[in-house]
Design a protein around this ligand. Structure first.
Ligand SMILES: C[S@@+](CC[C@H](N)C(=O)[O-])C[C@H]1O[C@@H](n2cnc3c(N)ncnc32)[C@H](O)[C@@H]1O
Length: 240
């Protein structure tokens, strides 16, 4: 694979990578998650304590699927904002919103590490498969916590390590070996899908992620494993 650049250039690299695969992103998501990604988001949102009329932010929103799930809960009286630094992703999310006739979501091009919102703005902040890609995870999580209202929840869906030793090897083969070839067959950029398992390999453990939540002032942290732990949901509540 192409070398993953040093921290200083990482942000530009990640932005260009996701912009390059934006048009194939949804289809690849279906393949990689064995079509489970919608159920995972629904589960994560069910833990968010969101209610009709609330306001929610989805960071690193990509093509918007998490934001659509949040919007289903907050309804017409509430609102949802989705942010992503890839304009190509934001354009696709906006087109999808038109197709789904969802009017209460505002998609914005912005960096999750410098969120353009006041402190204590949202009842819930979600981030799906985004934290792993942040150039500065501490800064991103601190920003997400800053814009949460006291008592609001941060909901994070991320890849993690499969718990069962028996399943670890088959999962690694699927994720590390088959993924780039699936991308090639689908006409997506193979190099980009070589980055994906690479980034997951070096990512935080579920316990390290929980410690980062706690460092940002989040409490009552819970961790739920999905798909034998290959995917993990962390929830934290901002101190009221
Ligand atoms: C793996 S995709 C996840 C998309 C979506 N959340 C989902 O669940 O399918 C990661 C997204 O994070 C975005 N991203 C990465 N770093 C970001 C940052 N610092 N600020 C905003 N968006 C970022 C990328 O552009 C990409 O769309």
């Amino acid at each position: 694979m192409g070398n993953v650049p040093a921290h200083s250039e990482r942000e530009a690299y990640i932005e260009s990578l996701f912009s390059a695969i934006a048009d194939k992103y949804d289809r690849m998501n279906n393949i990689l998650s064995l079509s489970r990604h919608r159920a995972w988001r629904r589960f994560a949102v069910s833990k968010s304590a969101l209610k009709p009329g609330d306001c929610a932010l989805d960071c690193c929103c990509g093509t918007g699927d998490f934001a659509f799930e949040l919007s289903r809960i907050v309804g017409d009286q509430g609102y949802v904002v989705g942010v992503d630094f890839s304009e190509a992703m934001i354009e696709l999310a906006e087109k999808k919103a038109v197709r789904l006739r969802t009017r209460d979501i505002n998609f914005i091009t912005a960096n999750a590490c410098e969120l353009p919102f006041a402190d204590d703005s949202f009842d819930c902040v979600s981030v799906g498969f985004g934290v792993r890609n942040l150039a500065d995870i501490d800064a991103g999580l601190a920003e997400m916590s800053r814009v949460l209202k006291p008592g609001g929840r941060l909901v994070c869906l991320e890849t993690s390590e499969v718990r069962s030793k028996l399943l670890r090897l088959p999962w690694k083969l699927y994720f590390h070996v088959l993924t780039p070839y699936a991308a090639l067959v689908m006409g997506a950029r193979k190099w980009a899908y070589e980055y994906l398992p690479h980034s997951a390999k070096w990512f935080l453990s579920r316990e390290e992620m929980a410690r980062k939540f706690s460092k940002c002032g989040l409490v009552e942290i819970t961790i739920s494993d999905l798909m034998f732990g290959a995917v993990c949901v962390h929830i934290g509540t901002k101190v009221g």
